[in-house]
Ligand binder design. Structure first.
Ligand code: HEM
Ligand SMILES: *[C@@H]1O[C@H](CO)[C@@H](O)[C@H](O)[C@H]1NC(C)=O
Ligand SMILES: *[C@@H]1O[C@H](CO)[C@@H](O)[C@H](O)[C@H]1NC(C)=O
Ligand SMILES: *[C@@H]1O[C@H](CO)[C@@H](O)[C@H](O)[C@H]1NC(C)=O
Length: 329
């Protein structure tokens, strides 16, 4: 599958309405090798499960990384995003503006958890929140991105509500100040925000998330590369078909690399919130630096995703280890 190829998706296209985020920063005592005593092989079990899923479809990478981001920004990194809705309550993942979380991300977590639970001494000992953090790390590495040691020790959250999503995620039309403020509310710097935005070096976005840049009263967006704009209009003929999604990095869609920043220099950021990182003179020097150095980008990304993994972590009585990641215990 090459750049720009669309995939069918059940989710409706969406444009998010988001206000300021509430800070839920928690300096939790995460650590490497947290499971050394109860399930020392947990990281290799998860890595194996993610690799098997990745061999089935590279959509695994974007879907899992996106899911980790969404989990951490809504209620903290506590696997609340994995919980399924019940007749009584609409879970986080079914918020009307749910960022079209791809099913492959959930499947990756559930399969990795099943692989962990298949080992008797590991059964019921590893949280879904940690499995998602490990799976995102492994997906990034499988796609050629930076490798890093992952901090562990998160418990699973005790609630998951669609209403918690409000105000926690930025709309794709956000400007630099809005993006910076949202990340700051989560204890992340503007530099962290720019590094983490490179999550868009993999994965797909539905036409509706950038439709306003190619058609309508404010189109074409002058910051959008004209040849890319023409391709996007062809790929999204009626603008917002919810079954069509486009690779966010049209040059190296499968690689987790710094091409994202090179694209921004060519006006090839897909979302307005991507391109603004280059358009705005305050963030442009960082984009230029990371377009030139994949090592510098990799270091910044590892710092930032490690900090993201600490957001709103649940400890002690704030959480538990779910028997089934999709069902609250
Ligand atoms: C800076 C603010 C951000 C905004 C406004 C934003 C917005 C979006 C939007 C609109 C989509 C397309 C969703 C769809 O149409 O299905 C998307 C996809 C994605 N986002 Fe972000 N995002 C942001 C930050 C992040 C961060 C921090 C990460 C992770 C480090 C991330 C990782 C992803 C990935 C991997 C996808 C592709 C999902 C897939 O292929 O299923 N995003 N994002
Ligand atoms: C749903 O709500 C009803 C009535 O309040 C309650 O009896 C039932 O146990 C709830 N079911 C779940 C799955 O929480
Ligand atoms: C939320 O996402 C799921 C999975 O992608 C999708 O099936 C569902 O229709 C979405 N919900 C809404 C209200 O758009
Ligand atoms: C548009 O993108 C192409 C690469 O696809 C690049 O060669 C060209 O310079 C870009 N145009 C602008 C104005 O950045």
């Amino acid at each position: 599958m090459g750049g720009g190829i669309a995939r069918p998706a059940a989710a409706a296209a969406l444009l998010l309405v988001v206000a300021a985020a509430r800070a839920t920063v928690c300096a939790a005592q995460l650590r490497r090798n947290y499971y050394a005593g109860v399930c020392p092989e947990v990281e290799s079990i998860v890595r194996g499960a993610v690799a098997r899923k990745y061999r089935e479809t590279f959509i695994t990478v974007g879907a899992t990384v996106h899911l980790f981001f969404h989990d951490c920004f809504v209620e903290g990194c506590d696997a609340s995003v994995i919980v399924a809705s019940t007749p009584n309550s609409t879970a986080e993942k079914d918020h009307p503006v749910n960022l079209s979380l791809a099913g492959d991300g959930f499947d990756t977590v559930l399969r990795a958890r099943a692989a962990v639970d298949a080992v008797p001494r590991c059964r019921g000992r590893v949280s879904c929140a940690d499995i998602l953090a490990m799976a995102a790390r492994d997906a990034i590495a499988l796609a050629g991105g930076p490798s890093y040691a992952v901090e562990l020790g998160r418990l699973d959250g005790l609630r998951s509500a669609a209403s918690s999503v409000d105000g926690r995620l930025a709309p794709p039309s956000s400007d630099l100040d809005q993006l910076t403020a949202l990340f700051a509310a989560n204890g992340l710097s503007q530099t962290d925000m720019i590094a983490l935005s490179a999550g868009h070096t993999v994965g797909f976005a539905h036409c509706g998330t950038f439709a306003g840049r190619i058609r309508g009263p404010s189109a074409p967006d002058p910051a959008l590369n004209r040849s890319l704009a023409a391709r996007l209009r062809a790929w999204c003929p009626d603008g917002v078909d919810p079954r069509v999604a486009v690779t966010m990095d049209v040059v190296t869609p499968r690689a987790f690399d710094n091409q994202y920043f090179r694209n921004l220099r060519n006006g090839m950021g897909l979302l307005a919130s991507d391109q603004v990182l280059y358009t705005d003179p305050r963030s442009r020097p960082t984009v230029d630096a990371w377009a030139q150095s994949s090592e510098a980008f990799g270091r910044a990304f590892v710092t930032a995703i490690t900090k993201m993994g600490r957001i709103g972590v649940k400890m002690g009585a704030q959480g538990n280890i779910r028997r089934n990641c999709a069902v609250l215990d």
